[in-house]
Write a protein that binds this ligand. Structure first.
Ligand code: CIR
Length: 399
């Protein structure tokens, strides 16, 4: 019997339970003018995005992973505690409607959707101006009364499993900040997760931002965290204080990465694929700034300039022969092209066994040469949101 609710003490141990979100109608509310604000680079074709995502689900289920879906979990959480009205109000308070009459209509539309999962999906999808009846249409925003949340299929980011506890993120951008309400409801109300034994190490109400894609669980004691566009040092310090006193984690290695759009999280440029093997995007190696935050009375941040990343990892993880597999191999053009389409972002389902996108052929070849077993996912629509197999999955349990 499982005594804990969450168990993620490694990036690579056998994956048993994961949360995914099958992309839905929120993608059909993406329009060219909003792409930047909603953090997309193009408009995916929903039908194909769903088939690609279904293949991802099947691949995981075929290797024995329990796949849970975000909308289903949220609906079960709401129904279990009868908190539909409270949920709608909380969701609405962050939906920037700014008009009481329109808000009342939205509440009534949502309250009238009998199936809770459908109601949850409607909150994800957003509201077009044409869905609201008003005598004064000129006063409505151009297209949407409530924006869609197209990034929800990147379940890695709004919350993160660390050890036996959970981090609910404070997201960097307004568009993604709204997403964390779903994780919050799951861990507040879902019968499977409600327990005094589930530590919560960070809350969506914190001021400093942190996103799940920046957090890698390297071992029971060591985390890697990206200081990126999305994750601030202040949030890492707050998190470290909690972790160092309430969990098994004792050391955090910080990677300072640049603000480039395609490097938005650490896991877009660095992922762990085996006990001593990591994939790294070569562009970040030059001028890589590394720091160590460790459990100590002072908790000072130590700059790690002197040593090579391999040596640092070897010492921190207590394993020998660390090897860094370069995304794109020695081909700098392939490296950039493949990183853009998440060549350095793979989901480990067991040590030395990862899910990768089919299109990153140069990097995939390097992985094979390094002895890594690949599970290949064909994909041309999901990539338009700039995230790979790791970004699209949130492990809840690894053995
Ligand atoms: N962990 C990740 O790197 N997630 C990918 C997030 C992509 C999304 N369009 C974003 O910009 O937030």
């Amino acid at each position: 019997m499982r005594l804990n609710l969450i168990n993620v003490k490694s990036e690579i141990s056998p994956l048993k339970t994961v949360v995914l979100h099958r992309p839905g109608k929120e993608l059909e509310n993406l329009i060219p003018d909003d792409l930047n604000e909603l953090l997309f680079d193009d408009i995916p074709f929903l039908e194909d995005a769903q088939s690609e995502h279904d293949a991802f689900t099947k691949l995981l289920e075929d290797v024995g992973v329990e796949v849970l879906f975000l909308d289903q979990l949220v609906a079960e959480a709401i129904d279990a505690r009868n908190v539909r009205e409270q949920f709608i109000k909380e969701w609405l308070s962050e939906a920037s409607v700014n008009n009481k009459v329109n808000e009342d209509q939205i509440v009534s539309i949502l309250m009238n959707i009998t199936d809770t999962k459908q109601m949850v999906n409607k909150t994800m999808e957003g509201f077009r101006r044409t869905e609201i009846s008003t005598s004064n249409r000129e006063r409505l925003p151009a297209y949407f009364i409530v924006n869609p949340m197209p990034n929800l299929y990147f379940t890695r980011d709004p919350f993160a499993s660390l050890g036996n506890g959970i981090v609910v993120s404070r997201m960097f951008s307004e568009t993604r900040r709204r997403e964390t309400i779903y994780g919050d409801y799951i861990f507040r109300y879902h019968p499977r997760f409600v327990s005094d034994d589930l530590p919560k190490y960070y809350s969506r109400n914190e001021k400093a931002s942190i996103e799940g894609g920046d957090i890698l669980v390297l071992s029971e004691e060591v985390l890697a965290i990206g200081l990126s566009q999305r994750t601030e040092l202040a949030s890492v310090r707050t998190l470290a204080k909690e972790l160092f006193s309430k969990s098994s984690f004792r050391k955090i290695i910080l990677f300072e990465i640049s603000d480039k759009r395609q490097f938005m999280h650490l896991d877009t440029v660095f992922t762990m694929v085996d006990v001593n093997k990591f994939v790294i995007h070569p562009e970040i190696e030059e001028n890589l700034k590394l720091y160590l935050l460790e459990y100590s009375a002072e908790s000072e941040l130590k700059r790690l300039d002197e040593s090579k990343l391999e040596d640092i990892l070897e010492e921190l993880l207590n394993v020998s022969n660390i090897s860094l597999i370069r995304a794109g191999g020695n081909d700098e053009i392939a490296a950039m092209r493949e990183q853009w389409n998440d060549g350095a972002n793979m989901l480990a389902i067991a040590p030395g066994e990862v899910v990768v996108y089919h299109r990153n052929v140069v990097t995939n070849q390097k992985l094979v040469e390094a002895g890594i077993k690949l599970h290949i996912l064909k994909c041309s629509e999901l990539v338009r949101g700039r995230g790979g197999p790791r970004c699209m999955s949130m492990p809840l349990w690894r053995d």
